[in-house]
Structures are given as structure tokens and as C-alpha cells.
Design a protein. Sequence first.
Lengths: 457, 378
Amino acid sequence: MIANAAEIRKFTILSWGWLTIIFGLVWAVSWLVGVAIPLLLANVQADWARLVTEICQVLTPLVAVMVFIPINAMFMVLAERRALALFTVRKGPNRVGPDGFLQTLADALKLLFKEDITPRGADAFMFTLAPIIFFAPSIFGALPLLAAVTNNHNLFQVVNLPTGIFYVLAVSSVPVVGIVMGGWASNNKYSLVGALRSAAQAISYEIPLVLSIITVCLMAGTLDVVKIAEMQKGGLLNWNILGGGALSGLNKYFQALAAGQADAHQMLSQYYPDWGSVIATVVLIACTVLLVGIYLTGACAEINRIPFDLPEAESELVSGYNTEYSGIKFAIFFLAEFTNLFIVSTIATVMFLGGGDCPLPDWLNPLTNPAVTQPVGKFFSFFTDRIHLIDPSTFFPAIWVIIKVYALVFFAILVRGTLPRFRIDQLMAFGWKRLVPLSLIIFVLVTFAKGAVRLHV
Amino acid sequence: MATEIKSDRLKTDEMIINMGPQHPATHGVLRLILKLDGEIVRHVEPVLGHLHRAQEWQGQNRTWFQYQALIDRVDYLSGMFTSWALARASEHVDGTEVPERAEYLRVLASELNRISSHLLWLGTYLIDLGALYGFPFYPFREREKILTFLEEISGQRMMFNYIRIGGVQRDPKADWFKRVEAFTKEFPERVNEYEAIVTENPIFLDRTTGVGVLPKSLAMEYGVTGPSLRASGINYDLRRFKPYSVYDKLKFDVITFDKDGDTRDRYLARVREMRQSNEIIKQVIDMIPQGDIMAKTKKQNAGLRVKAGEGFAAVESPRGVLGCYVVSNGSDKPYRFRWRNPSFSNLSVLPPLLIDRPIADVMAIFGSLDIILPDVDR
């Protein structure tokens, strides 16, 4: 029996409402800037028109991200509070707007208008710079992922990099500089301890995090997030979480079986010729499942979430590095924290969970069946072909990405509602004595196992 | 060519941190002056008195009747016990015979209060360990029910003023006992739920096992009492050691451990004590006799007097031995009061436990002693 079914229903409605608003808005803005303006100017034969078109196309990804980040953070804060209320049989914020729909909007407004206090003895310049340095990487770090999650839509191709994931990881290690700066400049001992903890923690947990990502890149043979996402297309068995593509032969075999091909069994022996390849497949599956665990643990530590929230450890350090921050600066810290949670979930989705891929393979999926898609496509042809508002090849992957990413976010909230906090020495021991060796062992194992079986056939 | 690193060259300055009086985790207004070497605590100095309200002096300037109502504020989580200690001491001076039904009602109300106090401790302790958002609300669900029961019989959720000199304030209705009985039946299930989340949680074990080990001798030296003492292996519970009221007629286990208690033992001691209190409540509901609830000789107004004399009485509160020393000169005001508060002695053992521990353990150990700051400062 579910005790608070009504609350769960409200939470679901609220989440889908917010998600519709967020992604509708992002969609509308990118369409307006990237498609509508160039379409309007298409017949204008002037230099300025060409210039505006070009500028618009380059700016689209940036505008999309800039619109997305603040609204998304507002939604995530609200969702977190409501979800934690669900776990603990409470109601959560439900007063501002229908069912608390606008609670975080009100909170954000309040923070904007609060007095911006710089403590006495603080280094004012550094104190102001810290939240900016903390926040900026979450904008720039998200950009290459935009191409991967929209199935390489031509609006967002401009932000794709051949070394995409490398860039994302490099940029995502910048925020700790902001934390240390903020903690040091605050002229507060709690902030200082929190900042130093954060530095130690970020350095330690970045190693397993990066090693787990590199192992995936090793299997995929590329650093390009778009290519990695594309490789995993074709259903659950192709995703990196299950052997990094080692099962894609099995996937092909099932497809052939379903199609009634006579030589299906031959296919199996073609992809898995000997026992070595079978063992390698099993090893790869074990390794990748562990890798996801390592990645999520490392990511949790990287973005300072419970059970690794030592830099802000409320019961020990008051509020850690952001103790002295108030008003807009605190809001920026807050915003960046939730955006970082979103970004690490997106990286996990693209690297391990197949990006925008539907878990069902194409031959099982009714949405890719021409009998369904053709009449629907005809019905929406005005939107798809005339004004280019919807691109089906982007629309469905984007929805799958949203579902997967927010499932991971929800998982992080669940963890937050369950676990106590580590102590700093236990945190270090766990990082250096367990995670780092484990990820190194997996790296070596994958290097060997990868040669014995064909990946992503 | 090997270079030698001398340890003294790596030594850095110690940092002094004032933890509190305004700090989210000091359970009130305790101030701890910590000297930190990096993350390690090298020296601790608790500074008390931020909440000093001169409760003893106030007693001497109020009538007996007024002071009864005031004294609940000392330990705001277990008001029943402070009233009970005051009532027992005064009755001892007076030689008042308390009706048996009143004694049973006192036990019943106090054990309910003990459970609610431990439940609140359980929630806030997990907050001290960093589980800020999830678990702490589950104990509050049951605590809310208990507070509703106590509100029904006393009219107040926390400052009960239920146990009076000579008896108790009012007799609960018949269906109240039935509802309490229904609660006692479901309560062990709830405790199982808490234990399922906390007791074997690997992070909880990491944080608590071997942390804040309180040896028997140290506990004796500092006069630690209550579950913290029993977790350190000393079987000392006033309810059993020196039975007062009707505790000698009730069957219950005194939770003690065999070894020097660490933080986890103190957690387990409290959780098991809740189960024992639950058993006591069940028995009391079965055994409670009919009869008066207030001694005939005692007034319930400003005319309440206690005969001249002096006396001491102690009860086993959720935090330990709560004693009250009374001197009366027969007038409407008490002549002298002296309280023996368990939190004060329990807090005094904090500095030796904290030395050379990381800063995160400060809260883990401090929380495990279950200290109420108004009870320390009075």
C-alpha cells in the first residue's frame, strides 16, 4: 500500500509540468534564434542579413544553454525538496502557486533582492570572483554535450569537438578553484576548512572518475561524445553499460531471429567465434557495470553531494565554503551546484546509457515502425518540413535523454535522502584505496578483453 | 640521495575555531573552543552558561505551585522527569502518600516521554552524522503520536506540568488507554524500520564504531549516567538499582553492554531502551488500578505548601540521574533548591573524548551523549 499516493501524483504532475515548460522554452528559443530568423532572412539579399544569420547560428547553442540552466536549476531544487518530502512522508513546499509550482521562482527572486554582504576582512575582489569561476564552467562544460543529446542536430553541430569528453572533463575540474577562492577570501575559518576539504576531495575523486570515462573511450576508440552516443544506437544491448558494445552481436542475432532468417545461428558463431570471446564479453559486462558505479560515486564526490558533501558539511562546518555568501552570490553557487548535478548525469547518460537511444531495439519499437511514423509524420508535416519547428530525428532522442538524465538525478536525490556523511579520512581512504585501484584494474582488464571480442558490430 | 623530511618541518600553526554558540549542530547554545591541527582536534574547552536562567533562584522566588509549572522548561524534551523529581523530593519532605493509580499514571506518562525523547535524539543524531534530509523525519512521525497522547492528558505538548506534588494533574479517559495500547503494539515494528535503515548502514558503522570510546573508569570519574553509562558496561539504572514508584512491580531489562562503549553502543542502548519502555507501558496499562489520582492533603492552587524539612530524590530520566534537593521552611515558597542535572555531568566528559579526533567526530561524539543545553545551564 502506498501511503501518500496523492502526494506522488502531485509530484509527478509538477515534474512533468516543469519539464514541459523548461524544454518547451529551450526548444522555442533555439528555434527562434537558429531557424526562424534565418528563415525570415533567407530571401534578403544583403550583407547584414548573412551576417545576422551566421551570428544567430553560432549563438543558438549558447542561448539554449543560458535559457536552460537557471530554469532547470529552479526545477531541480523544487523537485529535490518535493521528492525528499515524499521519501519522508511529508508534503514539502506547496504554498506558492498551484501545489508549490512557483516556490523556487519566489526563492530565486528573494535571493536576488537580498542584501549582498561582503564580510569584514574579506578579499572583496576574490570574494566576488569565486562564484563566477564556480559557475562559468557549468555553462561551457555543457556545450559539447548538447550536440550528443540532440542526435547531432545541425543547429548544435557547431559546439561538437573531436575531443569532446576530454574537454568536458577538463572544464569540470575548474569549479574547485572557485570553491577554494571563495573559502579563502571569506575570512572565515569554517569556509577555509571547507574549501581545503573540497580541494582534497576533488583531486582524489577526479582520478577514478576520469579513469572510468577513459575506459569507455578506450572501448569506443574515440573521444567524440557524438560518435560515442551514435555507436550505442540500437537498443539496450548496445549500450556501454552492458559490456561497451560487446553484446551488439547478440543484438544482431536476436534481430535476425525475429526476422526469421535461416542463417541466424551462423551469425552468432561469426560474432562470438570461440570461448575466449564469450569470456571477454562476460568480463566486459562486469567491468562496465562496475564502471558506472565508480563513475556515479566519483561524480557524487565531485559535485559535493551527500554522502560526500564534506565541503559544506552542515553539522560540522555550518555551511562550509559558502558560509559567508548571501544574496545573488549564494544564488550563483546554488545554481552551479544543481547544474553540475545535471551535467554529470548527462555525461553518464551519453557515455553509459546510450544517449538518446530508446531501450527497445528498432525492430521492437513501434515508434520507428513506418506504419506508425508515416501517418503521424504527415499530420505534423507543417511543423517538420515547413517551419522546421520539430525535427523527429532530434525530438525522440531528446525525450529519451531527458528521461534518463532525470532518472539519474532522482537517484541522486534518493541517495541524499538515505545516507549519512563520510568523514574526511574515510573519504580519502575510500577514494585512494578502493576506487583508484579498482578503476585501474578495470582499465587493464578492458584493455585485454577488448581484443578478444568485436565491439559495436 | 635520499632527503629526510623532519616531522617538525611539516608542522603548521594550530587554528582556533569557536564552534558555537550559534552553530547548526550544537543542539542549542553550547560554545566549544577547539584548537585544530588541520582537521584534528588538539584541545577542547566547552564554555557553558549561555542559557543560564537561574532556575534554582527562580524557584526560591516563586510559590510551590508556580515553580512546578516552570521546571518543565529545564529539560524541554523530558518535562515529565523534572516534575517527577520535584514531586518526589517534596513528597519525601512532606511524607505525602501518593495514590497508587497516580503512581502508575506517572510511570505511564514518563515512559511515553522517555520514548519521545529518545526518538528526537535518534533523528537529530542522524542529522549530526550528516543524513540531513531523509531519515530524521521518520522518528518524528512516532514522536508526533506520543506528543498527541501526552497533550490529551496534560494539555501541553512539551511543557506538560502533568506530575504534581501529591499525584498527577488529571485522569485520562478510558479510550486513551486503548489508543496507547494500540500504539505500543505497532511501535516495535517502527523501531525495526529505523534499525533497518541505520544499524547496519556501512557509512553509519564507519562513522560510529570505535569512535568516542568511553571507558568505564572515565565514565565513573565524571559522573556520567543514563544510557551513555550503561553502554559503557555499568549496570546502573535507578529504576532497578533503587526502585521508586512502582518500578519494582514491573518487568523490564536494563540495557547494558559488556565492553567500553563507543558511539554505536550508545545508539544501540537508546534504541533498545525504547523497546523496553514500550514493554513497561504495556504492563502498566494492564496493571493500572482504579482510584484517586491526587493525595487528599494537597491543594491544587497557590495554597500548595510543603512541610518544613529537607530532602533529596532522584529519578532516571532519558539522559541519566536527575536529582532534586529541596529545603522547605513551611511557607508558600520553597527555601532552597538544588538540581543534579544529568546533561551537565555527561557534557563534562566531552573534552577527553574529543582530543585527537577529526573535527567531524566532534558532532558524532557530542550527539551520542544526548545533551540538552538548558539542562546543562539551568
